[in-house]
Ligand binder design. Structure first.
Ligand code: NAD
Length: 500
């Protein structure tokens, strides 16, 4: 538990059995206790995690504050952008190690960890190096009634100590999506990764050190939400802002925690995303697209579609095509190259998802595919495996179409008119993402803009330009991150007015 101790100590066994420390001011810090992290593949223990008590959280916030007062404050934008680019390089050099850690924590296919999580982590750092380098703010030459002028211009100040709280579904991707712009803007961060996925956030401390980040700009505290590191961090009076990705109800709890200190929040929360498929769409493209948007990462992506509205003339064709794709998904060990689909994150989460499967049955759904726990053989029986599932015969009032499931499951509902499709898709308190499938260009634009969401895709899903705004409406969040939108959250623009 000194600076000589690596933050991650690896035993070298299969499924890495690691010891993960808190990181404060560059030092690895013992917890007040430890908790075990188990693989959702087969229930084996993968890590022993040092849980932060309130004193460690306090020390981490203090370390971030000291970093802000130290040499970091004098780094130029170009120097910070240079750091971000080196971080991206180190992530790529250590890609296999990071992917293996992501796999150990989540059980996701190794290919997904490489191509989605780790590749995007590097891209996040490069993008925000570019964004911060190119950014500027408005200036106004103001004419006053006495015939004189004034110059108004704005400069960005960093927000300060930023608390970063992230979930388990795309751990390194979602963490770096926030840490990269926060550091680009000159902040210092205290991150609290999910208790389900503590590894890559800890390894990022080593990556940042190797890339040359000053001590204390990146601190890690491990633990849970209420009564643990999450609550202590968000309630800490010396935190200047909280950026959070996770469940909507957790966002509400964090809002209450920050309210007494009146601090800005950026929330990327849950979704109940719709796809609207018109009869003129290319059926093969639709089936490929829906198979991705329903089943990627075992349905554990906030952007996944759980409600599929399909124009009646093509309903049977699309449903049959998608069901065939669902049956062909290969559940299995993450290292097996034929595996397409991993387990859910934990057996606890599986209980929640199975609860939704039972509700769908009680609501009278016709289960086209799946609906239960697969039999994969003794070795994997202790894992959190679940069958990809598709339902029909439900209407929009069903809980199955109203509550976020966060698993590999979707309900298919027919529609007859464009207005009806828009009404059904918008009939939700969430508002994260939507997909529109059509070959009619005008209709594609029109319907995409009528969706009450933060992001609409036409004839694709999860195609991201990291400069574009990302976030949700309603229960799906507060604020936007991405490109210059991130700079707006991670800085305080200050206007200077000079009488000329
Ligand atoms: P979660 O809300 O349970 O946990 C997220 C993080 O918050 C974890 O680190 C957890 O320990 C912490 N936490 C929990 N309670 C807390 C509290 N009271 N105070 C402070 N911290 C607390 O979410 P999850 O189950 O890890 O992730 C799944 C959810 O995340 C889904 O709802 C999904 O839609 C959402 N999500 C949203 C986006 C997006 O960009 N909109 C992206 C990914 C996931």
């Amino acid at each position: 538990s000194t600076s000589a101790t690596p933050a991650v100590r690896d035993s070298g066994e299969r499924y890495r059995r690691t010891e993960l420390y808190n990181v404060v001011d560059g030092d690895s810090i013992d917890g007040v206790g430890t908790f075990d992290k188990y693989s959702p593949v087969d229930g084996s223990a993968v890590a022993s995690v040092h849980e932060a008590g309130d004193e460690i959280v306090d020390a981490a916030v203090g370390s971030a504050r000291r970093a802000l007062d130290g040499e970091w404050a004098r780094w130029t934008v170009a120097e910070r952008a240079g750091l971000l680019r080196r971080v991206a390089d180190v992530i790529e050099e250590r890609a296999e190690e990071l992917a293996a850690a992501e796999v150990a924590d989540t059980g996701k296919p190794l290919a997904t960890a490489r191509e989605l999580d780790v590749a995007r982590a590097a891209a996040n750092f490069r993008t925000f190096a570019d964004v911060v380098s190119a950014s500027g703010l408005d200036s106004f030459l103001t004419e006053t009634p006495d015939g004189r002028r004034a110059l108004n211009y704005a400069v960005r100040r960093s927000l300060g100590v930023v608390a970063v709280i992230v979930p388990w579904n795309l751990p390194l991707l979602l963490l770096t999506w926030k840490v990269a712009p926060a550091l680009a803007c000159g902040n210092a961060v205290v991150v609290k990764p999910s208790e389900e996925t503590p590894s890559t956030a800890t390894m990022l401390a080593e990556v940042l050190r190797e890339a040359g980040a000053p001590r204390g700009v990146y601190n890690v505290v491990h633990g849970f939400g209420p009564g643990s590191a999450g609550e202590w961090l968000t309630a800490h009076p010396d935190v200047d802002g909280v950026t959070f990705t996770g469940e909507s109800s957790t966002g509400a709890a964090i809002m209450r925690a920050v309210a007494p200190h009146v601090r800005p929040v950026s929330f990327e929360l849950g979704g109940k995303n719709a796809a609207v498929v018109f009869a003129d769409a290319d059926p093969q493209r639709v089936i490929d697209g829906l198979a991705r948007s329903v089943f990627t990462n075992t349905g554990q992506v906030c952007l996944c579609t759980e409600r599929l509205y399909i124009e009646r003339p093509v309903f049977d064709e699309i449903a049959a095509g998608l069901a065939e794709r669902a049956r062909k998904l290969m559940l299995g060990r993450p290292e097996d190259p034929v595996t397409t689909t991993g387990p859910l994150i934990s057996t606890e989460h599986r209980e929640k998802v199975l609860g939704h499967y039972r509700i769908a049955e009680q609501e009278g759904a016709d289960t086209m595919v799946g609906g239960g726990i697969p039999e994969l053989g003794a070795e994997l029986d202790a894992g959190a495996w679940i069958e990809p599932t598709l339902w029909t015969d439900l209407d929009n009032s069903a809980r199955t179409l109203r509550e976020e499931i966060f698993g590999p499951a979707a309900a298919l509902v027919p529609f007859d008119t464009e207005d009806e499709a828009v009404r059904l898709a918008n009939d939700t308190r969430y508002g994260l993402a939507a997909c529109v499938w059509t070959r009619d260009l005008e209709r594609g634009h029109r319907v995409a803009q009528r969706m009450r969401v933060g992001m609409s895709w036409v004839n694709t899903w999860y195609l991201r330009d990291l400069r574009s705004p990302f976030g949700g409406i309603g229960l799906s969040g507060i604020g936007r991150e991405g490109g210059a939108h991130s700079l707006d959250f991670y800085t305080e623009p200050t206007n200077v007015c000079v009488a000329l």
